[in-house]
Design a protein around this ligand. Structure first.
Ligand code: SRM
Ligand code: SF4
Length: 584
């Protein structure tokens, strides 16, 4: 039988069994209530009343750490203390920064901190390591809905940067654009405002893009249209594009999603706050999950808060959860600052009562059951599907590893205008859905040449392929991801026959932006050793992540596989775990 380059198959090899990374129940596995209860009991015993005193206070409109909590801070906290990053937007410091020569700004520590860190509050990420002087820009695109004007505008920005300019669909159903130079930022910010987009608060210790059902409002089987909620959340988060300083000094990043269908396209189990549609006494509302996150040292699935809110309190409870986290979260070791660490420390009941304190009125206990079917099979959104509106269809298109050039964005937006309403829907698998196409226009749409590149019927291996940015642009990357993911998938298609979709995710480092833990097969970048013991780019391979009703996180199966030896390893995994056959 086939021998892995590093290990035997997991069933056969004792050394591999030892090497398999098994996260403790504490980290991954799913006995949610048991874990939370145990922590709550321990926490209740050890909590002192001082622990519930807020650690931040408002000063001149900004939230800062009280002096008595400034010991042992991590570097990001020190940068925030020196100057609130939102000042660069709210007090328009960006104008002056953009008109100063880049080298001059970059010649002081303060300037470097502005460029590399504080500008992330404006959605600007300096690509110092691989593209000095060039920025990636990220947005708020609630529910992943992009109008034709927005898509054309973003395309027009990147096209002026030639080969440096391109765009990505991200794993939070968002756009990112590349090649931006500082001097252009003030005019880009104005352009964004004109098309109803904002880049505010999209990096560092801020709330990320609110994710919703990509089929919201058009899916005949949806439970609830998530758009009003994701939009309301986004409006609150960035204060309608003016910046919301009350939540821009969080202890760490924070993710939110609103679930709209049984498919759980939104990945509620890996968000810091997830709204699960649930009826209580005949009223529509949401049960809440809290604390899901990934980080290099720990991954945790969200746990129930035992709370239900009616529809009209969606924003109020988000605000209360965020303020609890802002006030009480710790700000030392960056690896221990995500909200789940606070939940663990306080215990879920105490955390819940702190949330309640920050709301007007009482927080209801969870509805007995949410409305998510436990037996639902997650649907494939590629190709043509009827909408709930008679005579209209949506068409799911595959965007290889989420990467687009300016001309392709323009063309997609134009097609959406010609055949639909101009709208595009971005998905967390880095794909795009074109909604609102009339029956009589379907045939012509399906014949459009762009569909040879962005297929409506991608192969079972290509369809759900996800890859984070990787070393082409990301300074944290250990390996290149997007091109490699494509190449391996093409090689697998040539050599293997599969009978069902297989979700392969690539992520360039343990931050897991490419969410390998939710994939059927996940590839996480690491340094490995080749046959001559020389260091080379490699991956740790994850297996068994599930999405949908029985969602849970996958485990590491193999570690340190050199990328160049990957094809036979993955072929074997496909045969052993996914019933694939080798082509003759
Ligand atoms: Fe991420 C940092 C890209 C989704 C966990 N992520 C980064 C940075 C900003 C690092 C940097 O400064 O270079 C990456 C920018 C690279 C670039 O040039 O594009 C980056 N993350 C991405 C994107 C673009 C991956 C993609 O190709 O789609 C995703 C953007 C989403 C968005 O629109 O906002 C992206 N990142 C995620 C996700 C997935 C999710 O949200 O479902 C995660 C794991 C989930 C989570 O956060 O709980 C994720 N990114 C991280 C982390 C680890 C966080 C932690 O608590 O340790 C970092 C590093 C950090 O924050 O210290 C990070
Ligand atoms: Fe960069 Fe790592 Fe995130 Fe990939 S997983 S985008 S390499 S930080």
């Amino acid at each position: 039988s086939f021998v892995y380059p590093c290990f035997m198959s997991s069933a056969q090899s004792p050394s591999l069994r030892k090497a398999i990374y098994r996260p403790s129940a504490d980290q991954h596995r799913n006995p949610r209530e048991v874990r939370v209860k145990a922590k709550a009991d321990a926490a209740a015993e050890s909590l002192t009343s001082n622990r519930l005193i807020p650690r931040v206070e408002e000063k001149d409109g900004y939230w800062i750490l009280k002096p008595e909590y400034r010991n042992g801070l991590n570097p990001a906290e020190k940068i925030k203390l020196e100057k609130d990053p939102m000042k660069m937007f709210i007090e328009n410091e960006i104008e002056q920064l953009a008109s100063t020569p880049f080298d001059t700004v970059d010649s002081t520590k303060h300037g470097k901190d502005d460029i590399d860190t504080r500008l992330k509050w404006l959605g600007l990420f300096h690509r110092r390591k691989h593209h000095y002087g060039k920025f990636m820009m990220r947005f708020k695109l609630p529910n992943g809905v992009s109008s034709a004007a927005q898509t054309h505008y973003l395309a027009s920005v990147i096209e002026q940067y030639g080969k440096d300019g391109c765009a990505d669909v991200t794993t939070r159903q968002n756009w990112q654009i590349r090649g931006v130079v500082l001097q252009d930022v003030p005019s880009i910010l104005k352009g964004l405002e004109q098309v109803g987009l904002s880049s505010l608060q999209s990096g560092m210790d801020n709330v990320r893009n609110p994710v919703g059902n990509p089929l919201a409002g058009i899916d005949p089987d949806e439970i609830i249209d998530t758009r009003p909620y994701t939009e309301a959340l986004s409006d609150y988060i960035i204060n309608n594009g003016k910046g919301n300083t009350s939540i821009t000094n969080l202890p760490r990043k924070w993710n939110v999603c609103v679930v709209g269908s049984h498919d759980l396209y939104e990945h509620p189990h890996i968000n810091d706050l997830a709204y699960m549609p649930a009826l209580k006494e005949g009223r529509m509302g949401f049960n809440l999950l809290v604390g899901g996150f990934f980080s290099p040292k720990r991954c945790a699935e969200a746990v129930p808060l035992d709370a239900w809110v009616p529809e009209e309190e969606v924003v109020a409870v988000c605000k209360a959860v965020l303020e609890t986290y802002r006030d009480l979260g710790t700000r030392g070791n960056r690896q221990k600052c995500r909200m789940m660490w606070l939940i663990d420390e306080l215990g879920i009941e105490e955390f819940r009562s702190e949330v309640e304190k920050r709301m007007v009125g009482k927080l209801s206990r969870a509805a007995n059951k949410d409305l998510i079917s436990q037996t639902w099979e997650r649907r494939n959104y590629f190709g043509v599907h009827p909408q709930k509106q008679k005579g209209l269809y949506y068409i799911g298109l595959h965007i290889p590893v989420g990467r687009l050039q300016a001309s392709e964005m323009h063309e997609l937006a134009s097609l959406a205008e010609l055949y639909g309403t101009g709208e595009l829907r971005l998905t967390v698998e880095q794909n795009i859905i074109v909604p609102n196409v009339q029956t009589e226009k379907l045939d012509a749409f399906m014949k459009e040449p762009l569909l040879t590149r962005f297929s409506a019927s991608p192969s079972l291996l290509q369809a759900n392929l996800v890859a984070c940015t990787g070393s082409q642009f990301c300074g944290m990357a250990i390996i290149e991801t997007k091109a490699r993911a494509q190449k391996l998938t093409e090689d697998l298609e040539k050599t293997m026959e599969v009978t069902r979709p297989i979700r392969m995710h690539w992520t360039g480092c343990p931050n897991s932006c490419g969410q390998v833990q939710v994939a059927d097969i996940g590839f996480m970048g690491c340094m490995a050793r080749d046959e001559n013991k020389k260091p080379c780019e490699g991956v740790d391979i994850f297996l068994g992540g599930r999405v949908g009703a029985d969602s849970h996180l996958g485990d590491m199966l193999l570690s340190g596989i050199p990328c160049k030896n990957l094809l036979p390893v993955v072929q074997e995994i496909l045969v052993e775990h996914f019933g694939a056959k080798r082509k003759a």
